[in-house]
Design a protein. Structure first.
Length: 413
């Protein structure tokens, strides 16, 4: 145990997650499946229950429950704006990140035409690829790919200048790889794109649970994520720079609002889920210090990042010394989330995950995790993809040791 892990208030953190009391085959469950969706903090659950118990209502009513719903939404947008350094009116909610991206792509595509171009990334989750490919196919646009180096597991940013042209209408790239954890240099990408007046769509789904995100420092014009990845409910979040948001023409019902951000929020929203967003963000802030919410969030993330990375390094060190394990990760100088992708000789990923679950109570996942382009380039899709272990701030050193022990014992025989 390091000084970093000793200082982190892990006992107090774990007390806030009811799911951590679960046992499986007599062992405490170890949730190393955070990249697929984190466990939910109790304060978020309580807010969802309280909203529903007090009587939910739709908007614009002349009665208390309707006004309370509007207040819940407003408070959630204020919290999200603090999370990313944006304005509340730049925040919109939806079913999930994928659905929101399809809607935004369709809206932006109304102004695109045959011969226009877009750029997508080979490292990305398909949620920030296929919505753009779909609208490109509809409009007869050309798709250019920002390639990934299969050896370094980083994007070939040196090729970006040749990909950007006066015909480029958008570049879509992930902030962090949900498969191998690589954190991309979005600021450099945005700087080059903005020099040509090109907007940048950033998938922050995998990044949002792990480190502080400054929308303006990244230069993101569209920033998308999902609350269920950072300790909250299943609600998608879009943060759209105001100047761009006002230009977007989403498909909507005629009487629905035409102003931001409501014009993107088609139909009745998941009000009870939205009620759980602010408490999830406040949980992150509770780990930090400062006067303003934004300041506490940034400080809280510093504590989370240091703690998670210390645990992740323990796992990486142990796996790198195991001759039966192949790690898929960028080099040590490349920043990464605490997400570890690997394969084990003699095991299919699914069989290995099943044995870890049944014998050790460790929940890890297998597959391509919708990072299919990367999996194809690495030649592993046909044989089950990766095994992925991902950490969250409620995981412990003891859980890491149980995981390492399980891998060691299974690879012995």
């Amino acid at each position: 145990m390091t000084k970093t892990t000793e200082l982190f208030p892990i006992a107090a953190v774990r007390e806030q997650f009811p799911a951590l009391s679960r046992t499986y085959h007599g062992k405490p469950a170890v949730y190393f499946d955070g990249p697929g969706g984190s466990q939910v903090v109790k304060s978020s659950m309580d807010a969802i229950y309280t909203y529903m118990a007090n009587g939910g209502a739709n908007l614009h009513g002349s009665f208390p429950s309707s006004r309370e719903t509007e207040q819940v939404i407003a408070e959630a947008k204020e919290a999200v704006s603090a999370l990313f350094g944006a304005k509340p009116q730049e925040v919109a909610f939806g079913a999930n990140m994928t659905t929101l991206t399809f809607a935004i792509a369709r809206a932006l595509g109304r102004n695109w035409k045959e011969g226009d171009e877009i750029i997508v990334s080979e490292l990305d989750h398909r949620a920030n690829v296929d919505p753009w490919l779909t609208i490109a196919a509809d409009r007869g646009m050309k798709v250019r790919w920002l390639p990934v180096d299969p050896d370094s597991l980083t994007l070939r940013l040196e090729e970006l200048d040749s990909l950007l042209t006066p015909k480029t209408r958008l570049i879509a790239v992930g902030l962090a790889s949900n498969a191998v954890g690589t954190i991309n240099d979005i600021a450099t990408i945005s700087q080059k794109a903005h020099a040509l007046g090109i907007p940048v769509a950033v998938d922050a789904v995998h990044a949002a649970p792990h480190f502080a995100i400054d929308r303006d420092a990244l230069g993101a014009d569209l920033l998308l994520c999902s609350a269920y990845k950072f300790f909250g409910p299943h609600v998608g979040i879009a943060v759209i720079r105001q100047a761009l948001f006002e230009q977007i023409q989403p498909y909507k019902l005629k009487p629905a609002p035409a102003y931001i951000p409501d014009k993107l929020e088609t139909g009745t929203q998941n009000h009870e889920g939205i009620a759980g967003i602010r408490p999830a963000i406040e949980f992150i802030a509770s780990l930090g210090k400062g006067q303003e919410l934004r300041e506490r969030i940034r400080s809280g993330y510093e504590a989370i990042e240091a703690y998670e990375n210390a645990l992740a390094e323990n796992i990486r060190d142990a796996l790198s010394q195991n001759g039966a394990v192949t790690l898929y990760q960028a080099s040590s100088e490349v920043p990464k989330t605490p997400t570890i992708a690997f394969r084990v000789s003699g095991w299919t990923p699914q069989a290995f995950c099943e044995r870890m679950c049944e014998e050790y109570g460790v929940f890890i996942a297998d597959g391509d995790f919708y990072a299919t382009t990367l999996a194809d380039k690495l030649g592993i899709n046909e044989s089950g993809g990766w095994i992925r272990a991902g950490l969250a701030p409620y995981n412990t050193q003891e859980e890491v040791e149980r995981f390492i022990q399980g891998v060691r014992e299974l690879t012995r025989g």
